[in-house]
Design a protein around this ligand. Sequence first.
Ligand SMILES: [Zn+2]
Length: 161
Amino acid sequence: MSTIVKGLDRKSERDNNVLMYNKEYYQKNKEKLYKRHKEWRIKNPDKYREQRKRWKRKNPDKVKKQQNRYIKKYPEKVRFLVRKNKRRRDNAEGSHTFGEWELLKKQCGNICLCCGKKEPEIKLTEDHIIPLDKGGSDYIENIQVLCHNCNSKKHTKIIKY
Ligand SMILES: [Zn+2]
C-alpha cells in the first residue's frame, strides 16, 4: 500500500516538475517559441486552422475572453471588420483592408470631405462613391471619407467629394 502511495507521489512529483520546468522554459524562451510557432503557422496554414478550430471548440470560455480583450483593444478595427463581413455577405465586388482605410483617413487629414468637421467631433465612416447597390465596388478606390451625418445625407446618390 505504502509503496503504491509512494509510487504515486513520485509520479505526481515528477509530473509537477515537468510542468514547472515547462512553465519556466516557456517564460524564459517566450519570444523564441513565439517566433518559431509563427514560422510554423505561416508554413502550415491549414494545420494551424485545424488546430485553432479544435482549441476553440474545447475552450469556449477562453475564446470569449480573448474576443472581449481584442474588442477592448481594437474597437475601431472590430467595427471595421463587422462592416467588411456584412459587405462580403452582400456579395460586394472587391474589398479593402483596415490599413488602407486608415491610410485614406490620414491622407484626408482625418476630416469629413463634405462638411470639413474633424474627429473626434464627428465619426468618420467609409462612404462608397458609387454605392454598392448601384454597381460600385468595395475597393479602396471607390471609398471616400465622410462623417456619419454626411454619409446618411448622401445616401444612394453618386457624389465624389
Ligand atoms: Zn460631414
